[in-house]
Write a protein that binds this ligand. Structure first.
Ligand SMILES: [Zn+2]
Length: 349
């Protein structure tokens, strides 16, 4: 269970617990339980990573770094290579091929200066080399040096599976995102925001988005990740390998896709966009930890306000009782001093 999922589960529990312990109104408890059940169901949507097919060996990595990045290099050298099995499976490779050089580049290097600052790494399949900029790790889509390594090595493996033939950027990046983390966790809030803000994109527009600066680049990754994830879900984890193998035989991407999946590419893309209904746009927001904690805070504030209203009403009731008692005592005293008085206000005056 990752941190986000854990937070979501804790939030669900907290909402229900808060409702049961603080609120007295049955309607509020019901509403809170409904919220909890909706969120509880929603956080269980993450699907597992692709099953690892028969793999004879994993890629050999040769990490190279200047002394200033020795710590990051050591960290990568100690990182298990087993997660690269996901990329191997998606590529459909049993053997990874030649060793891959992993170059860690500091920000003051010519390589870093010559690369747009939002690019945290890149792969050169022809040279069997990936370059990582450790100082740029942390922003989407490079969330850690380990996942960045998986991502870039995946590009090398996909290129090998495709025999060096060109693969559309959106497909390549979407697959690399699927290779670096469990499927189903490709940043749904970012995709949701992209859909709400920008709507449907053609593949042509998506391809161009990768080269349009930092924000556009991140939107392109979010859409490509979700689109490829959807294609893998519909056509199976091994469908990408079939597409890449056909590209390796010299088939054009669109032709390879329809031959490998039995579905025309345009139909598959249309189906993806038609599935992005309104509720799919908003559920990721509603299940995000920020929203859940906001909901908890609002529920707590509501409960406090309700409690204060009840206490104020109680105090008003007590005041009324006191005033009534004072009036009753005053009337009794008046009647004691004047036995003829009836007690009505007209008669007292
Ligand atoms: Zn990439």
């Amino acid at each position: 269970m990752d941190t986000t999922t854990l937070i979501c589960h804790l939030s669900v529990f907290a909402i229900a617990a808060l409702a049961n312990s603080i609120m007295c109104g049955q309607r509020m408890v019901l509403a809170a339980r409904l919220l909890a059940s909706v969120f509880g169901a929603a956080v269980l949507v993450a699907a597992p990573a692709p099953a690892v097919a028969q793999i004879d060996s994993l890629p050999t990595l040769r990490v190279r770094a200047p002394a200033t990045l020795a710590a990051a290099a050591t960290r990568l050298e100690l990182t298990p290579t087993a997660p690269l099995g996901t990329a191997m499976t998606l590529a459909g490779l049993r053997e990874p091929g030649l060793p891959i050089d992993v170059i860690l580049s500091p920000e003051d290097s010519d390589l870093a200066r010559g690369t747009a600052p939002w690019i945290s790494g890149f792969a050169n399949a022809a040279q069997s080399r990936v370059v990582l900029f450790p100082a740029r790790v942390g922003a989407f889509p490079a969330q850690s040096i380990e996942t960045l390594l998986q991502h870039e090595v995946a590009h090398i493996l996909f290129a090998r599976a495709a025999g060096g033939h060109p693969v559309p950027r959106w497909f390549n990046e979407g697959l690399a995102l699927a290779a670096e983390r469990p499927i189903g966790l490709s940043d749904p809030p970012r995709l949701a925001w992209t859909l709400v803000r920008h709507g449907k994109l053609s593949l042509f527009a998506l391809e161009r988005l990768f080269g349009d600066g930092r924000a556009a680049n991140q939107r392109a990754y979010a859409v490509a990740g979700a689109l490829v994830q959807d294609l893998l879900r519909i056509h199976g984890d091994d469908s990408a390998a079939r597409v890449l193998a056909l590209i390796g035989e010299g088939r054009a991407f669109e032709d390879a896709f329809s031959a490998a999946t039995g579905e025309p590419l345009a139909a598959a893309v249309d189906r993806f966009w038609s599935r992005q209904h309104l509720w799919r746009r908003w559920v990721p927001f509603l299940t995000g930890p920020a929203f859940l904690w906001s909901a908890i805070t609002l529920l707590a504030l509501f409960a406090i306000a309700a409690h204060r209203r009840r206490r104020a009403a109680q105090r008003r009731a007590w005041d009324a009782e006191e005033e009534a008692e004072i009036a009753r005592v005053a009337t009794a005293r008046l009647l004691e001093s004047d036995p003829d008085a009836s007690g009505s206000s007209y008669d007292v005056h």
